[in-house]
Design a protein around this ligand. Structure first.
Ligand code: 5GP
Length: 197
């Protein structure tokens, strides 16, 4: 833990093992979204719990695939269920799912997400978690699904926010409680800088 939201341990890991790729893409697949350091994920989950424990969260919402492990380890601390939006190709034939369209930053194209109506409703106050926040498109899709379900959003927990892209600032301006455990303010082949928070 460091300051209000920042997490020193995560920043150190990014500095040690993160790789900057063309197009302002940060690769952290050694520990966060391909190979998984479960001990680190558990500490991330613990930190989200510290930040959001008094916000009445009764469900954790994320998007497949990279969000799932983060959500599960956080859920161990909150002791609430996890539900994840699927990046589905199937159509909403029977009206049993909420759907939204997301523009993918890393793949440069649109995809649909779906979530069964069984698993989200007006009784829910959710913490939305994800690995990255950049332009906020994935988050918009999840917020859209929450709105369709009539669910309340109690908070947004992000592992790595790219502070030079507008998603986080917009969400905070709209009044969401956004906690990013590391905010990268600049990155290039020469290195990375984090926002003090
Ligand atoms: P956004 O929708 O906020 O523009 O981007 C967030 C989504 O794109 C995340 O779900 C994440 O999977 C992916 N993403 C965005 N930027 C990066 C990045 O620099 N590195 C990686 N690994 N994924 C990213």
């Amino acid at each position: 833990m460091k300051g209000l939201f920042g997490m020193k341990l995560l920043e150190e890991r990014i500095l040690q093992e993160g790789q900057v790729r063309p197009g302002h893409v940060l690769k952290v697949d050694c520990f966060l979204n391909h190979q998984l350091d479960v001990e680190l994920l558990d500490k991330i989950g613990e930190e989200f719990y510290r930040i959001f424990q008094n916000d009445g969260i009764n469900k954790i919402l994320t998007i497949e695939a990279s969000g799932i492990a983060i959500a599960c380890l956080a859920a161990r601390h909150f002791k609430v269920p996890v539900v994840f939006a699927k990046k589905a190709k199937s159509k909403n034939i029977d009206g049993e799912v909420f759907t939204s369209t997301v523009h993918s930053y890393t793949y440069g194209k649109d995809y649909d997400i779906t979530l069964s109506k069984k698993f989200l409703g007006p009784q829910d106050k959710v913490l939305i978690v994800d690995d990255f926040l950049a332009n906020g498109k994935a988050m918009r899709g999840l917020l859209d699904v929450c709105q369709q379900a009539g669910a309340q959003v109690g908070g947004i927990g992000i592992c790595i926010e790219k502070g030079f892209q507008p998603g986080g600032a917009q969400l905070r301006e709209e009044g969401y409680k956004v906690a990013s455990l590391a905010i990268v303010d600049s990155m290039s082949d020469d290195g990375l800088t984090f926002r003090a928070q």
